[in-house]
Design a protein around this ligand. Structure first.
Ligand code: 4AD
Ligand code: MG
Length: 430
């Protein structure tokens, strides 16, 4: 008898198969037991009828406790009422290892308890669905970039200097030197783009942010494309096409998971390029009309972003922020040097900024001036200046935050459920 994955059972109707997994849940009476079985690939209901099996098998079925690992031998039967369309009529059950007093029961648990048990919580149908969607999102991003002439390059995790400002760096010792966990691979990706043209990185990034919000993690994954001879405008087109592709890929490949998550997919179906664009100036004027206490030169808070995003049925770009409040490497708008050629992409439904990007400074003199204004040690950034000294070109790039994208597409309250083992303020376990 061959072992079949639960997800593949519909192709085996009428056959006797082996399923290797765990008992998820159980209901039983004196005559019949219903076992919810999971194997990682999916969930299926197995039925044990007392009169059709030996006493021993029925006794085993009725005595199974949650998360006991089991090997089932049964026949696949079509069942219209089952979500997957099939059910298993069980003939034999072999217990691999028993599980007693599994801490996560079907009752409601508090989130701290669940996070303490994150290593087990990820077995739950909802958590499994999120991790599956996350994996499909990654696949879609890679698929898009790999088929559009991007080359993946891996920047270092241990770095000598900062990319996005020095206030939220995780410091670590590097023998006699000080090192920091990377905040962003961008500066290295700019070097890589000069070598390979169109590149992207995909890896973990770290921000020591002492804020407890539903959008922040201390360790998160970012996709950072960087492109030579690409302007700010052209970069926005790539961003919206990439994201529209990701959403349509998920709609096509994750229907089962989106159903488990009870996601309103009609909202995702609207996510088609092009995306609306407004300027920072327009956003400020709009917020002031709405009664928000904000003036030109301020950065947006989460409530500001939510009110702006609510105006649109797809992600919205906010372009050209004040030079003062953005990173040192962004290129000023030649027509208006008080703003930079940048854009943040806000997800719909209040999920906040999912992409930050810009055209980069290509002029060595201006970059040097920025080092001074931002108090950046010239020697640590000498290599970065070299990129402008040896054949500088206009170039642009952006960073897509994976967890916020997953939270949005899955429709989750908080980013903590978007990654298997979230690193949160004051939480390093498990
Ligand atoms: O806007 P950020 O800080 O941009 C950069 O790091 C650029 N160097 C990227 C580039 O141009 N190559 O971060 C980019 C994205 C944000 O839009 C957000 O989605 C995500 O990274 N992000 C976070 N996600 C979870 N937790 C945090 N603490 C995050 N900080 C940023
Ligand atoms: Mg940003």
């Amino acid at each position: 008898m061959s072992t079949v994955l639960i997800k593949d059972l519909p192709a085996h109707i009428g056959q006797r198969v082996t399923v290797k997994g765990w008992l998820h849940q159980k209901r039983s009476s004196g005559k019949i037991a219903f076992l919810q079985i999971r194997d990682g690939s999916g969930f299926v209901q197995g039925v044990v009828v007392k009169d059709e099996v030996s006493d021993e098998v029925f006794h085993t079925a009725v005595g199974l406790s949650q998360e006991t690992s089991i090997e089932i031998d049964g026949e696949v039967r079509q069942d219209e009422r089952a979500p997957s369309g099939v059910e298993l009529t069980i003939h034999q059950i072999a217990v691999v290892y028993a599980s007693h007093d599994y801490p996560i029961t079907p009752k409601e648990h508090g989130v701290d308890f669940l996070l303490d048990n994150r290593h087990l919580w990820i077995r739950a149908p909802r958590q499994r669905a999120i991790l599956k969607v996350r994996a499909e999102i990654i696949k879609a991003i890679r698929g898009y970039l790999d088929s559009h002439d991007f080359t993946q390059v891996d920047p270092p995790i241990l770095t000598p200097s900062s990319c996005e400002g020095t206030t939220n760096l995780f410091a670590t010792s590097y023998f006699d030197e000080q090192a920091y966990l990377t905040q962003s691979g961008q500066l290295y990706m700019e070097a890589a783009a000069m070598a390979l043209g169109k590149v992207y990185s995909f890896g973990p990034t770290f921000r020591a942010e002492k804020s407890k919000t539903r959008r922040h993690l201390l360790e998160f994954w970012m996709i950072e494309p960087e492109m030579v001879y690409v302007t700010h405008e052209e970069s926005l087109v790539i961003q919206e096409q990439l994201l529209a592709h990701v959403v349509s890929h998920v709609l096509e490949h994750c229907s089962v998971e989106l159903k488990v998550l009870q996601r309103d997919t009609s909202l995702l179906e609207r996510v088609k390029a092009p995306f609306p664009r407004i300027s920072y100036d327009e956003a400020i004027a709009f917020l002031q009309e709405q009664g928000h206490q904000i003036t030109w030169g301020d950065d947006f808070g989460a409530p500001d972003e939510t009110v702006i995003a609510k105006q649109y049925d797809r992600p919205v770009f906010i372009e050209k922020y004040p030079t003062e409040i953005k990173a040192f490497y962004m290129k000023p708008d030649p027509a208006r040097p008080e703003v930079v050629l940048c854009a943040d992409l806000l997800a719909p439904e209040g999920y906040g900024e999912i992409i930050g990007g810009s055209q980069r400074i290509d002029d060595p003199e201006l970059l040097l001036a920025r080092f001074k204004e931002h108090d950046l040690p010239e020697d640590a950034y000498a290599w970065y200046l070299d990129l402008r000294r040896y054949g500088s070109v206009p170039h642009s790039g952006f960073g897509l935050g994976l967890e916020r994208t997953v939270a949005w597409i899955c429709g989750l309250e908080h980013v903590r459920e978007t990654i298997a083992f979230p690193r949160l303020l004051y939480r390093l376990y498990p």
